[in-house]
Structures are given as C-alpha cells and as structure tokens.
Design a protein around this ligand. Structure first.
Ligand code: FAD
Length: 538
C-alpha cells in the first residue's frame, strides 16, 4: 500500500483487469481477481470507502426484508454469506444479538415473526445459542427496559453481525495488495483508451498533484457506486441513467442518553424500520430513505432528517426524550438503486446487476456490503467468460483478511485478554478491544509502537495508529485518518481534542506536508467537527 510506488506500477505494462472505484464493491473485485491469478489494478478518486461504503448502517445482515417478500433463495444466499464474511475477519465482523420488538397493533404478529426468524436462522445455517428466541413481554423489558412499556408485547431476539464498513474496505484493499494487486487512492479515472473499438484502459489524474496517468488493461470494471452513470458517460453510447439515488441518514448520540444493551430493529410511526445500535460510548440511529439530488460527494443531514429519526426513537424509547441538541455526529450515504423508471423508490430492488457496454466496459451497480464477496465473484466470472484469460476458481471463500487470522470470535476475545495482560498498565480493556476490533492481530504492533512513545496512553495509542495508518494503509489526509481509518470522527469524537495535535504532527512529518497544507488540513478537521452543529443550528 505504498502510493508513490503504486503510481509508477500503474503506468507499467498492461493489467488484466482495472477497477474504477475503491468502495467495498471495487476492492472486493480486486481481491477476487488478484487471488485468481489476474494482474489487477484499482483506482479510487477520493479515499478508499469515501462513497457509500463508509456511510452504511454497518451491519452484515441477512435481509429479513427479503423474507417478508418470500424471496427465500436470496435470504439463504445472503445468510450463508454473513457467515463467510465473519470467518474472513472475525475481529471486524462480529456476532451480536438484535432485538426486534413486537408492538400492540404493529406490523409483525408473534407467530409470523417466530416462524420468519426460524426460517431465517435455518436458511442462514445459524446454530446453537445463536438461534432466535421469542421473548414474552416481561423478558423483552428485562432485556431492554427503555422500550415503550405500554406498547411492547414481546420480541424476537436473533443473531446478526456488526462491522465497521470503512475498516472492512481498507482490510479488503490491504489483502488485495498483499496478494499483489496495485491500488491507489486519489486517482480519478477520466476518458477511456480504446483498441479496435474496445475499452483497453483509462486516462487518469493524480488528484493530489494534477499529474496525468495512462493505465492500460485488457478489461475495465466500473464499480463507481453512486457515480456509475458518470463513468458510463465517459464511454459514450447509451446515456440513459442506470441508477436512482436515495439518501440514508444516521445520527449519533451519547450512550448515556440512550443506554441500550443490544441493537434494536424497530418500526417507525410511518411503518419503516429503524436501527438503534450501541457502539462503544455511543448509540447510532438510522436510517432515512428519501429521493436525492445534489452534491453526490457530500450528501448532508438536514434538520428534517434528524427530526424524523429522533421522532421514531422517542416513539419507541419514550423515556429517552432525545432532542436535536443530543446529537453528537452523524453521516449521510447514498444508495445507488437500479432505477426502473416510474417505480416508487421504496420498491426498487437492492440487488446488484451487471451490465456490459458495446465497448466491453463492465459496470456493476446496486447490491449490499454484506454480499460484496459474491458480487465480486460474479463480476470476475463475467470477465473470464468474455475473455480467454487463464484463472483459478474463486478463492475468497477461505481467505483471511489482513489482521483477521482468528478461528472464531472466541479467539478474538482471548487475544484482547492477551493484549490486556501484556500492555495492561498502558492500555485498558476498552482500548485493547477498540484496537483489536479495528486492526485484528495488527493491534499488537500498534501497542508496541505506542509503548515506545513518551506520551499519555490515549495520545500515544492514537499517535501509533497514525504512524501505522500512514505506513500500511495509504492514509493521505487528516480526514482519511479520523473518518475512515479510525472512525473517531463519529464514534470517539470526544477523544479528538486530546489527540489531534499528535496525530497531525505525525501525518505532517511522514507525508512531508508544507506549512500551507498543514494549516489546510487543520481547518478541514475543524470544519468536519463543526458539521453537525451547523445543521443543528439552522
Ligand atoms: P461506493 O462505496 O460509493 O464506492 C464507489 C467509489 O467509486 C467511491 O469511493 C468513489 O469515490 C469512486 N469513484 C467514482 N467515480 C470514480 C472515478 N471516476 N475514478 C475513480 N474512482 C471513482 N449494506 C449492508 O450490507 N449492510 C448495511 O447495514 C447497509 N446499510 C446501508 C445504509 C445506507 C444509508 C446506505 C446508503 C447503504 C447501506 N448498505 C448496507 C449498502 C452498502 O453500503 C452499499 O451497497 C455499498 O457500500 C456500495 O459500495 P460501492 O463500492 O458499490 O460504492
């Protein structure tokens, strides 16, 4: 993951496959293709995971909504996939029990939910203690006393997996790179290069320097998420849009304001489903689902979005009485849905589709974080079907992501304990857990580095993380670090004032920033910290 070296490599010779877009779809394809033996490259115009892939609900989930539509095949595929994604990185994709309350007059009846969750577990191969339990009213309120006392009649209590979406993307990218793929962030694909009327590469721009690059490849895949139609536009021809965008917003409150023990998946008053998910010292809530037109790079949270989510939360957890002022941070993401003209947004399919242009440009759109590995397999299969490139069968079903060399979640917890006993005087259980959930086995190296620094422990850990992020994870800016490598901007926001100077010094030093760039990066962080307050005060 050495960017300047990779910029050189991108311009040498011809790749078998070049991918445009470094979200979960693009990095997943890079990992699949490279591990099958294809010489693979990837360019991302912003930072990895800057698009939708850092703005999701952060669940690797089996799609209960498909069950409601009786799409059993899809539930089984996505359900099995949860387990595969968990095995590939047990530190990053971990099991958690989700509570789905049954309400008086609500959408879900007890019998139907019970059968539905049983089928859900069965299709997804969930076994043992992870299997769903149906709780009565008393048991439900014992698990979650904050639920509306006079409306709850019971609940389904079932297994889901939680993740950190941008860390998943970075881990997949690192694993692709460790297997030989050449990836670079801040490289924007522009026009295509053609040979005999077929796409054979791209002209690209290094966004950080303005330098032009020519990257040659036998096949090019467009995995540009909400930008897939822009990239198709560079290829000319059919200009009809493939995707329609909807916006989904999440807001974050301090856990003291909504002290949930488990994630809860509940009905909002207008019948949509909302998640409330505890994570560390905060709880995040979402999502909305509204038509979007505007700046695709920077979708924002409006006051109406926040009020909608808070109204739903207060309806379900009345004693919390959440207010706008309780919101500490949040994010907005865009769903690129395959857009059948005239169909209401809510009814558009979330399933991925693969398209091929007359010039051989392959575009993948739609899909879920959860299904990224299968999506990648399908895209690479398509490339192989259309070419005579020699390649192995898909390998990713048994590949561990970098840092994820654990058999299961029990081993992850044992590793957290080992770190605690080795670094206990220095890092408490919460810090060790945070590091292991972010970096897996690599957490050990970060703690060794932190121990060497003559600083107070939380500052030393953040500084060691910054060193690691620059040396191993192609971190180029302060927001790459606080937003996507560490999630601190949304989840550990209170720690930022304490660690920002140390982190900025490391980044400036290692990335050789001029004084002007240092001032600019400082103000970018200030602006990001102010973002929430700005809309709240409007
Ligand atoms: P993106 O992550 O947007 O990546 C596309 C990338 O292409 C971007 O980084 C962009 O910068 C880059 N790009 C664009 N143009 C160019 C160019 N010209 N040159 C170079 N690079 C370019 N799924 C789940 O499984 N679980 C969930 O809990 C979940 N929750 C969600 C909640 C919300 C609110 C939303 C919106 C989605 C959610 N999803 C969830 C779906 C999931 O997040 C997306 O399917 C997935 O992140 C899409 O990834 P992607 O790589 O296709 O797109």
């Amino acid at each position: 993951m050495n960017r300047s070296l990779n910029l050189q490599k991108l311009q040498e010779g011809e790749f078998d496959l070049l991918i445009i877009g470094g979200g979960i779809t693009g990095t997943g394809i890079a990992l699949d293709a490279q591990t099958r033996g294809l010489k693979t490259a990837l360019v991302e115009m912003q930072d990895f995971a800057s698009g939708t892939s850092s703005r999701s609900t952060k669940l690797i989930h089996g799609g209960l909504r498909y069950l409601k539509k009786f799409e059993f095949g899809l539930v089984a595929e996505v359900g099995r996939e949860r387990a595969v994604v968990h095995r590939s990185a047990p530190h990053l994709v971990h099991p958690d029990k989700m509570l789905l309350p049954l309400l008086k007059g609500g959408q879900n009846g007890r019998t139907l939910l019970g059968i539905g969750l049983k089928i859900y577990d069965w299709l997804a191969g969930v076994t043992g203690l992870d299997r769903r339990r149906m709780l009565n009213r008393k048991e439900t309120l014992a698990v979650e006393p904050l639920l509306s006392n006079n409306r709850v009649e019971g609940a389904g209590f079932y297994a889901e997996y939680r993740t950190d979406d941008s860390r998943l993307v970075i881990s997949v990218a690192k694993t692709a790179a460790a297997n030989g793929a050449v990836l670079a962030n801040y490289v924007k694909a522009g026009e295509f290069i053609y040979l005999n009327d077929q796409v054979r590469g791209i002209k690209a721009t290094d966004v950080l320097t303005g330098e032009e690059l020519l990257i040659r490849a036998k096949w090019v895949v467009n995995a540009a998420g909400p930008w897939v139609d822009d990239v198709r536009g560079y290829d000319g021809g059919d200009s009809r849009p493939l995707v329609r965008l909807t916006k989904g917003v999440h807001v974050v409150v301090d856990k003291s304001k909504l002290p949930l023990a488990h994630p809860v998946y509940f009905d909002s008053p207008d019948g949509r489903m909302i998640f409330a998910i505890p994570r560390g010292e905060v709880v995040y809530l979402g999502t909305t689902d509204t038509a979007f037109e505007g700046d695709v790079k920077n979708p924002t949270i409006t006051r109406a979005d926040a009020e909608y989510i808070l109204a739903a939360a207060n309806d379900m957890f009345p004693s919390a009485a959440l207010q706008l002022a309780d919101i500490e941070s949040g994010w907005a993401g865009l769903r690129p849905l395959i857009g059948e003209a005239g169909k209401p947004l809510r009814e558009l399919s979330r399933k991925e589709e693969i398209f091929e242009s007359p010039h051989g440009l392959i575009t993948i759109a739609g899909g879920k974080l959860t299904g990224y590995r299968k999506m990648a397999e399908k895209v690479v299969d398509r490339v192989l079907l259309r070419s005579n490139l020699p390649a192995k069968k898909c390998q990713t079903g048994h590949i561990k992501l970098v840092g994820g060399e654990f058999e299961n979640y029990v081993e992850v917890n044992e590793f957290i304990e080992e770190l605690q006993s080795e670094f206990g005087r220095f890092a408490d259980q919460q810090e060790c857990r945070y590091l292991v959930h972010n970096y897996g086995r690599e957490a050990h190296a970060i703690l060794l580095e932190a121990e060497k620094l003559a600083m107070e422990s939380s500052e030393a850990i953040a500084t060691a993380e910054a060193i690691y992020a620059v040396e191993n994870e192609m971190t180029e800016s302060v927001l790459d670090f606080f937003e996507r490598r560490t999630g601190r901007l949304n989840f550990r926001i209170k720690s930022i004032p304490k660690v920002r100077d140390g982190v900025l010094r490391v980044l400036a030093d290692r990335l050789k920033w001029s004084e002007g760039r240092f001032i600019q990066e400082n103000s970018l962080l200030d602006k990001a910290l102010l973002r929430v307050v700005e809309w709240r005060d409007k």
